[in-house]
Design a protein around this ligand. Structure first.
Ligand code: AHG
Ligand code: MN
Ligand code: MN
Ligand code: MN
Length: 276
């Protein structure tokens, strides 16, 4: 089954990516198509994942944050990858992750065509969270193998929130919303979406990289960040939004298209949508 092979390839690559990080904290002279300075680790993780995933029967196209265009590698699924999410945390030795979205349809598509989505979290331990077939499962990754450690579902009572971007760059409606919820929730923001979303999935709450006055579409990319994470959080019992609708309903027409991202408990997302 192709989806299993893709997920197993990511689990196998995870310890290799992790063990290769210490020697790849250097900034290259290159920028990716989103205008971000690439770390050696970004490029290397992308090369490793591109090679492994591209070689799987049933994978038709590979898209990555670190590559300009979608690459045809065969027939079948579109696999969209953020090889290292939060890679700027490598310099400060804070957690980061890898994100994978397995789509049935090529671009143009929406998150509704996702058949699976997963992230690897390089934290104190290496874990992998997989959403497929209506369920979210957490695995501990040891020796490149996935060990099921149980189902993931969003806690009913929210506890934490994390919003990216500068407060002075938030639209007034976003600032007013945060002022309201910060009386109820604890701030958890670490600069890697995967690590911040893991806090929300574990403790309940909301993560956002909102629309900004300087960047109305926000910072995060829909195809390999927003939609896969929305798929995971919604499958775990939560909600997602771009401010107006589920991120799974936002059409991706290009690989690096940006979108505001809000994911978390239904009530918190509903209250956000009522404001913006
Ligand atoms: P990436 O490292 O894949 O480019 O992603 C970084 C993203 C995301 O992980 C995180 O939520 C956000 O950038 C942090 O942005 P700021 O540094 O502006 O907080
Ligand atoms: Mn980047
Ligand atoms: Mn990212
Ligand atoms: Mn990245």
């Amino acid at each position: 089954m192709t989806v299993d092979e893709i997920l197993d390839a990511v689990a196998t690559a995870a310890p290799e990516i992790r063990s290769g990080l210490p020697g790849r904290r250097t900034k290259t002279d290159e920028q990716n198509v989103s205008g971000e300075r690439q770390l050696a680790a970004d490029v290397w993780a992308d090369e490793l994942l591109g090679e492994r995933i591209g070689a799987i029967d049933g994978v038709g196209h590979y898209a990555s944050e670190e590559r300009e265009d979608v690459e045809q590698v065969g027939e079948g699924h579109l696999v969209a990858v953020d090889p290292l999410d939060g890679s700027s945390n490598l310099l400060s030795n804070n957690p980061m992750g890898t994100i994978v979205g397995v789509y049935d349809d090529d671009i143009p598509t929406t998150g509704r065509s996702l058949v699976a989505a997963a992230y690897v979290l390089y934290g104190p331990i290496t874990t992998m969270v997989v959403a497929r077939d209506g369920a979210v499962t957490e695995y501990v990754v040891e020796d490149g193998k996935r060990r099921d450690v149980g189902a993931v579902s969003l806690p009913e009572d929210p506890t934490v929130y994390g919003f990216g971007g500068r407060v002075t760059d938030w639209p007034p409606a976003v600032e007013e919303y945060v002022t309201e919820i910060e009386a109820e929730l604890k701030l958890r923001y670490g600069g890697a979406m995967i690590a911040d979303v893991s806090q929300v999935l574990t403790y309940g709450g909301i993560f956002a990289y909102p629309m900004l006055q300087s960047r109305p579409s926000g910072k995060l990319r829909l195809l390999f960040e927003g939609a896969p994470i929305a798929f995971i959080v919604e499958t775990a019992g939560g909600s997602s939004s771009n401010g107006a609708m589920s991120l799974l309903d936002v059409e991706a027409t290009s690989v690096h298209q940006r979108t505001p991202v809000f994911v978390g408990n239904d009530d918190l997302v509903d209250r956000l949508e009522a404001r913006v």
